[in-house]
Design a protein around this ligand. Sequence first.
Ligand code: PMP
Length: 427
Amino acid sequence: MNLMPTPHTIDFTKASFKDFEAIPGLDAFQRAEIFSDYTDHMLTHGQMNFRFITKGCGPVVDVLSPYSDDWKTCVSLVSNDYLNFTQHPKVKQAAKDGIAKYGTGAGASPLIGGHHEYHVQLENKLSSFFGRPKGSSIVFTTGYTANSASLLSLLKSDDCAIVDMAVHASVYEGLLYTNTKRFPHNSVVHLERALADAQEKYLTRLVIIDGVYSQDGDLAKLDEIYALTKRYGGYLMVDDAHGIGVLGERGRGAIELFGLLDNIDIISGTLSKAFAHIGGFIIANPKMVNYLRYQSRQQVFSSTSTPAAAGLLKALDLIDEEPEWRRKLADNVTYYKRGLLDLKLNIGTTASPIVPIKIGDPHKTEQAARLLFDAGVYANCIVYPGVSRKDARIRTSIMATHDREHLDCALNAFEYVNRKLKIAKDA
Ligand code: PMP
């Protein structure tokens, strides 16, 4: 292999992370070095609007300012801890009790000694949470691996995944061994074409969508997509990481909203958002779950939840026992969205606690994030490759424990940003 350590020609002022993935002629360590030069450049130019250091999850958090190196108390609009159960005394106590009873770690991967009583309790509780029989659920280390590890074990060269273009990165990672067709976000017309085209060519046709999309906060057209998938003999997998625990009368997620809880072939979810811990899961028929237990490599070669997952057992109970958190969250979202719309900001088609403020221009979006921070509001700046190049936005997520004062502070900060940068639709 002829390595050519030539000086790189990447223009840091125009570059994005994607440009550093495979620089021709450089080895992995050389690529890392140039990438570090790039992140240093961003830091010194005040463009490092992510990976802030904070002190836990809550409606208000202390954030270490990358601009001044001081801690600053901010209203937080970045957390997926939608119900703020990470701070719920009963959840915390249950996690402590789990550690007191079982210790701090799982000790091994599930197949060789790391599948404990609390894992079984968690899986049983998840099955019944979704109204499915015992054996319908399997827990993974993260939501990411619930998707990637299960899909890697399920779909091979004679199969095909038909995916909404906006699905999560973990789904794409799971499709390395199979054929993939992408359809434009929520386009049932394109989905139908893909299903028709794949029908005779592939043994399994697995349509994969999110319930709630993580950047726009909008919902899948679940009813239409389900009907189409079944008409063409396909299977449907829904990743409802952002919907479960939050949406629906009983908090079962986007799938509950569409009345399809009993129908979806594979549901994937995370334990890191509304359920306030870490981990992921798959819900499917018990034979499929059994297959994943022995065939998905993560189950064989990697450990899953620690005993602090006992907190999850309580969080799952609280979804039924304390529905007021869900109601408070919904009220907050309505109030906040109305405030943003009054400012004529573009919030797209969100139908969840994820609310993007679409700006378009990446530079302006970075400036907006900085101004928000100056005004005491911590929100994420999302630019390419998180979203397409012309679709940069401030991504915000609302929690049940935000109060009106926090939301008003955020709205005032957006009003200030709009005055400075003219980000409103009619500006
Ligand atoms: N699916 C979606 C839609 C997500 O947004 C995320 C996390 N952002 C995941 C899966 C992965 O979840 P986890 O953080 O538990 O790995």
